[in-house]
Ligand binder design. Structure first.
Ligand code: FMN
Length: 199
């Protein structure tokens, strides 16, 4: 099978990670630079932002997230969430995906200010393209990763901790590292329920 198709087929959610990486930091940086430079964005706005947290920054992020979740979840839900957070925290690094709303706002005003919500949706979709590309490339190279959504609870703390612009809206978090669990194989709906081909 074609390498790209195989990579798409084999990518899985991996929540239990090791604090090591089969890719070098240089290789990880190269993947990230290529994806942020070439993944498409709506109207070529280039409003998507990615932050790579490693070492102490990665650990601090998950400590902050754990603390925040303790405040917002019931004790039962927190206990479940905490177990998963440990798996992410034990990874090699974390990617934070943002949208720079200053840029999105500017493009909206240039193009058509009436369609406020569409521009937010397109910004999310642009970020999702980056997330999927990175997740799939990591998987193809043997790294485990997952997508998490602890936003909006942690947005403010992140911006404050790492001095990020107030206009950066957090969209998703991607902890990654070498794999420390068997991926769950999920059933997929029959293809023809999701894909219609008219010819
Ligand atoms: C838009 C989107 C949001 C997701 N949010 C989360 C999330 O917050 N936490 C999580 O553990 N997985 C999240 N996932 C992962 C999905 O649950 C997972 O991809 C799906 O169940 C299929 O499993 P697979 O990734 O192993 O193929 C998300 C996936 C997508 C596409």
């Amino acid at each position: 099978m074609d390498t790209m198709l195989r990579a798409i087929q084999n990518r899985r959610t991996i929540r239990k990670l090791k604090a090591q990486s089969s890719l070098t930091v240089q290789e990880i940086k190269e993947i990230l630079s290529t994806v942020v430079d070439y993944a498409p964005t709506a109207f070529h706005s280039q409003s998507s932002r990615v932050v790579l947290l490693m070492n102490e920054h990665h650990r601090t992020f998950w400590n902050m997230t754990e603390e925040m979740m303790k405040q917002v979840l019931t004790p039962e839900k927190f206990s479940l969430s905490q177990k998963k957070i440990k798996g992410y925290a034990s990874g090699f690094g974390t990617l934070l995906f943002f949208d720079d709303e200053k840029v999105t706002e500017k493009v909206k005003n240039q193009k058509d200010p009436r369609f406020e919500q569409q521009f937010v949706t397109w910004a999310d979709q642009s970020s999702a393209m980056m997330q999927f590309a990175i997740w799939t490339i990591f998987s193809e190279k043997g790294l485990g990763a997952s997508i998490q959504h602890f936003n909006p609870h942690i947005d403010h703390a992140c911006r404050e901790k790492w001095g990020l612009p107030a206009e950066w809206r957090l969209i998703a978090q991607m902890p990654f590292g070498d794999i420390d669990e068997e991926p769950i194989q999920k059933e997929t709906l029959p293809t023809d329920q999701k894909l219609k081909i008219l010819e």
